[in-house]
Design a protein around this ligand. Structure first.
Ligand SMILES: [Zn+2]
Length: 455
């Protein structure tokens, strides 16, 4: 290893910190989003360094920005992707103004610091360094900071891919979702998001026959019918499915932590015993056990229920909404059919189904040159570290790109600066913040990865 090649880019500390503060200061709470203001800021910021930026609005105020560094075409293209919108923040709950972007105690504070303006700042800094250092690129490197990820991405990444694929499509994509290291017994294990679950949100309507509340046997109570539906779906435990990402994740953690080895080797050898094994693991490592449970099966969660109009009227209608999450390899059409089959004993003719939203699951495998580069760069920055792929239970814009054939990894390199479960909670949470140290670390690793992969 050449010591000169791998180093923390301390000299960008002020620049990247300032950039993130400015981005947080532009309130892009979605809804309404108002991302255009942030895209204008970024376009101006980048134009000062000679970048040509293109702005695209899917609707007034809903802007995304794209820029590109041309390569020779000898290598595939790489997109550095981020979203500019953030979720709502209730200022009264915070210890600082969530849109101040204040820097104190070694952290940049504010909504979006982790999800994901911190990554936007790191990616912009990486682009600037590639240009400044005149890195000879063998493939195009693109940057896109987009609108609307926190709703469903339809007015951001999906809009751009549908309308301007030649502007935004790339063979490889680096995005949010992974990168944070899990501290294990012996070492940090860095995660790379290689897969995400799909979403099937659906509504079930149960019909009945109305009647007087004093005469329950004469009517057909829709609430009682829905009660059976909720009971059946809410308690359903689908078969265990270990997708490649999750197998590698469990194997990876087991290899780094002897105390986990006994649990995960049993689970991997006999997936049917998963529930039993995770119950045992939960006695000593509850947060980890609960992280794994939803990653090995499809889940169905009742989230909304409505029924009844008056104290003494037996309702003829009751409806409930379910949040179903499926694994790569499963699909929303077959899943809805499976759900209907589960309910066929509950007077099927009195139930109707309505899809609210569906996103298919997606997965990129680890057998790629980009994954290899990520692994070797991390091992140079932190000689003893582990690297593992991981599956996210939520969704990101990566799903749109995977559908088009891109290899996508969620990778915002971060060292754990608090216990793992606390860091994860800070995303979308109160007092969201990222350490200045992690901004420098993230920029240094990302720049090295891009430089090495593209040259
Ligand atoms: Zn996000």
């Amino acid at each position: 290893m050449n010591e000169m090649q791998v180093k923390l880019l301390k000299e960008v500390e002020e620049e990247v910190t300032h950039l993130l503060s400015d981005l947080i200061h532009i309130n892009t709470t979605n809804p309404p989003g108002n991302e255009t203001e942030a895209t204008k800021y970024l376009a101006e910021h980048l134009s000062k360094e000679g970048f040509k930026c293109e702005l695209y609005e899917s609707a007034p105020g809903r802007g995304s920005v794209i820029t590109r560094l041309k390569g020779t075409g000898e290598k595939p293209s790489l997109l550095l992707l981020s979203h500019l919108d953030v979720v709502v923040a209730n200022a009264e709950e915070w210890s600082v103004d969530p849109f101040s972007g204040v820097v104190k105690d070694g952290f940049v504070w504010g909504r979006g610091a982790l999800d994901m303006k911190g990554m936007t700042a790191i990616e912009v800094m990486t682009m600037k360094l590639l240009k400044r250092n005149n890195v000879k690129l063998k493939g195009d490197v693109l940057l896109a900071a987009t609108a609307d990820e926190e709703q469903d991405g339809l007015a951001g990444a999906d809009y751009l891919l549908r309308n301007y694929p030649q502007k935004i499509f790339a063979d490889y994509v680096l995005n949010e979702g992974g990168g944070l290291a899990i501290p294990t017994q012996s070492k940090n294990v860095y995660t790379v998001q290689t897969a995400e679950k799909g979403i099937l949100w659906f509504k079930v309507k149960a019909k009945g026959t109305p009647g007087h509340g004093s005469m329950p046997d004469v009517a057909d109570n829709a609430i009682m019918r829905m009660n059976k539906v909720v009971d059946k779906l809410g308690n359903y435990r689908s078969q265990i499915l270990l997708v490649p990402t999750v197998k590698q994740f469990l194997n990876g953690l087991a290899g780094e932590d002897a105390s986990l080895q006994q649990f995960f080797s049993r689970l991997l050898a006999n997936p049917a015993l998963s529930d039993q094994v995770l119950d045992e693991l939960a006695k000593t490592a509850k947060p980890l056990a609960e992280e794994i449970r939803p990653r090995i099966r499809m889940t169905i969660t009742p989230t909304i229920i409505h029924g009844g109009v008056k104290e003494n009227v037996i309702p003829s209608e009751c409806e409930a909404v379910f949040d179903c999450r499926i694994l790569p390899g499963q699909n929303t059409t077959e899943t809805l059919q499976l759900i209907k089959n589960l309910l066929k004993d509950i007077d099927a003719e009195k139930l109707t189904f309505e899809e609210i939203q569906k996103n298919e699951p997606s997965e990129s495998l680890t057998e790629t040159p980009l994954y290899d580069v990520i692994k070797s760069v991390l091992e140079e920055f932190e000689p003893n570290c582990g690297v593992t792929p991981m599956l996210m239970t939520g969704g990101t814009d990566s799903r749109f790109f995977r559908k088009m054939g891109s290899v996508c990894y969620g990778f915002q390199p971060m060292r754990p600066d608090k216990p793992y479960d606390e860091i994860v909670k800070r995303e979308h949470g109160i007092d969201e913040r990222i350490s200045v140290e992690n901004l420098v670390f993230g920029t240094s690793v990302l720049y090295e990865v891009v430089k090495r992969f593209m040259s």
